[in-house]
Design a protein around this ligand. Structure first.
Ligand code: DC
Length: 220
């Protein structure tokens, strides 16, 4: 009998180290890496290209309900295709950074991604992964509240802004956090019972070792 898939949820604010940590854990434990922020970014880019403003909630709802979402693998990461197309580098650019939290606050946008995100378990199974590590804002609270592990990564906002600047990226980390934490639909919260890690004074390797030390016994 094959062992059940392990589900690891990692939530945290912008530039909290979720992506690098998730990627390294995926490599170490043969997991599918799912960056749900990239899904919100991709939908944002589609809506911006179609000139559907976030203030026109009904138009946003109609537009997203017509989009076909599918998945292809990019290494160990799940890449979302919208009507068969992958997103380009623009989803990490300033325009998407400035708009993504506004679109992500719209319940219809979150609803469009809910089943798709849960469906990544099947993608992991189909491709022979041992499980999945999914990162975002509401993974431990809404998408997989029963995950085997639910981590929340904290880091001082000044440190996070420095990390983005070191990557050469312009990102309003504090403003996105404010919007993501204050929205009504699935706000950024530390899920009850989640393991809270403050990475302000830790290196990426130290964070990964900490999480891996907790996960490894479960995979024996
Ligand atoms: O992880 P990221 O910074 O690339 O995410 C971009 C935005 O997407 C983030 O500011 C809010 C939204 N998001 C969300 O609302 N829920 C998630 N699970 C993941 C991202």
């Amino acid at each position: 009998m094959s062992s059940p898939l392990i589900i690891i949820a990692i939530d945290g604010g912008a530039a909290s180290g979720k992506s690098s940590t998730s990627r390294l854990l995926a490599e170490r434990f043969n997991l599918l890496h799912v960056d749900t922020g990239s899904f919100y970014r991709h939908l944002t880019s589609e809506l911006l290209q179609r000139a559907v403003p976030h203030t026109e909630v009904a138009a946003v709802q109609t537009t997203v309900s017509r989009l076909q979402l599918s998945t292809r693998l990019n290494g160990r990461s799940a890449q979302m295709l919208v009507d068969g197309h992958a997103a380009g580098d623009e989803i990490r650019g300033q325009n998407v950074n400035e708009h993504v939290s506004h679109y992500a606050a719209i319940p219809a946008v979150r609803a469009a991604l809910l089943a798709y995100q849960r469906g990544q378990v099947d993608v992991a199974k189909q491709h022979g992964f041992r499980g999945l590590v999914m990162e975002g804002r509401d993974i431990g609270s809404v998408i997989f509240p029963q995950a085997d592990f639910r981590f929340f990564l904290h880091a001082d906002p000044i440190e996070r802004a420095k990390r983005r600047a070191a990557e050469g990226r312009q990102d309003s980390v504090a403003e996105r956090d404010r919007l993501d934490s204050s929205r009504k639909a699935a706000p950024l919260v530390v899920p009850a019972g989640a393991i809270d890690i403050d990475s302000t004074f830790l290196t990426l390797e130290q964070v990964v070792e900490k999480l891996a030390g907790l996960i490894a016994p479960k995979l024996k």
